[in-house]
Design a protein around this ligand. Sequence first.
Ligand code: NAG
Length: 80
Amino acid sequence: MPTCNLLLSGAIHFSGCLATQTLRMMTLFGLQCISASTFFRHQRRYTIPVIIQAWQNEQAKNFSDLKAMDGGLVVAGDCR
Ligand SMILES: *[C@@H]1O[C@H](CO)[C@@H](O)[C@H](O)[C@H]1NC(C)=O
């Protein structure tokens, strides 16, 4: 896979832009770019798993930071 194809999919996904509109705009500019189906395949196989992995890593770091806090952490709620 050409690197720029995956970078383009990541840039579209991580910027929050709508993929079909962004790709249509690039095509109207006369730029060669990936198809929408390629973007969605990249999203399914790469960008979404990367987001989930990054979130899990950050969550694990947050939990370990909280566990290491002096005196620990007490979490309570009233069902709201
Ligand atoms: C981790 O903690 C920071 C605040 O220190 C918070 O902004 C962030 O949302 C937390 N991340 C997760 C995945 O809970």
